[in-house]
Design a protein around this ligand. Sequence first.
Ligand SMILES: [Zn+2]
Length: 499
Amino acid sequence: MLEFISKDSVVPRRIYIVDAHHHLGADRDGQSNRNPAAPGGTFDFCIRLGSYLLKTLSDEKVDLRFQPHGFLKELLESEEKWRETLNGTWVVDQIVVFPFNDEFKWREGDEGKATYWRSNDNIYRWASRAPYSLKLIGYSRMVPHEGELAIKELHRAVKQLGLRGVKLHPRSDGWGNEIDSEPVENFLTEAAKLGVPIIFDTRGFSQVVDITSVTTKARARLARIDKRLTRQLKVIVAHIGFHLSYDELYTVLSHPNIYGEVSGIHDAGIQKLFEEASLRLKETLGSYHSWSEKIIFGTDFPYFDVHHAAQFISYVLSEDFPGTIEDAQRILGVNILRLIPPMLEIPPQRVESVHFDGSLIPVAKRILASKIAKLFSEGKLNISSFEVFLSLPPKASVKDDCLLLVKGKEGNGEHTLLMLLTVMGLGTVARFNAEPSGSKALISRELGYDDSLLRQQFYNALWPDNVEKDQSEIEKKLCALLKPLLGSESVSEEKLKTS
Ligand SMILES: [Zn+2]
């Protein structure tokens, strides 16, 4: 998180940054980023970006700091290895990673499997284990023209591997002239049913036109199945900066299901994009509130490096940017997170929670973090994903509320969601037994307490009948909360102790 500390204000201004386009693996064209923690890899990129921005964004009036999000800070303080691995990377909070055209994507003997299945497994291995999972959000890669095979792989990627979106690369995978086609329409329809976003590489504006056309067809098909499904169709056009000379770009971006990602844009292009988008998207937004909801920050590392990313971030946070700080926060992080729903849909029922006085929030967090870190170091649990909740504009600020998907390594090994939140001055730690359900309260990461019926239902299920004021009570209850994660084995250990 970027924190701007103005010399005459005590409250820092915080910006949560998410990179929506980043590669992990090894391309046949020679580019590679095999290990995000290796020299020259993802984390190194973050560190270099940070030192660049320190030079350009801080001055005698404003200090710049990079901090992990609220609860992450506690977690990292409790687990030295995690802290070391991610040290210095916090200029970018989260990074969407997906395969290259990997040299290892497929081997002889893989007949009957989707082309990118090995690459998808590779992304899963990185993005689902701590500490990498605290920063990386994994997408899969597919070739829609593989038909049934691609659809099967899509289901495997989302449901088994927990990958949260899909990268499609028409040119590199040899279907650049077959974008507006039935297999792609089928694929988009299926992805929408699963609620995952699709990012398309684009070369040449005719590809953008074809993407728009096939998106419109998929939308019409979804509307015939169930009108509500149309909202789950989320298509991201990568590299919109390559298409700035086409007026139609802004018509494309006003399509209700299409968003534009900016990697590759640089120098005067950045200003041109924003001057035009802020004027021309305003008139055609439909159900969107602001033009800035349609533009998404991405780096395309390692194809583009620190210089482009730094130019873009600096511009969006400068006085030349024709928007507000809320617009900037949407573009730099909120928009992409709202397209990627938290890992699982959660029913507000079947919840166990601990509530405590607001003054005890820091203590409770420390206790929880040290327990999680200890269980991790003993090999008993893993954190497979980390989600934040960002308030809706116009308040668009970073809150400490978050959701952790935790998996016990022993015992029943099931996924469990732990939520930390503050409502009406009360601290809450809640455990949900993760079950897919129709509850939409968390999907758009809007957890502000308001009169929305869905959120009311959510909070009603969490409403405390008891507020703990005593530290040792909180500790006891947090232990009880974590226990089901550890399965039957730890229960019998406990029995041994008491007998
Ligand atoms: Zn790329």
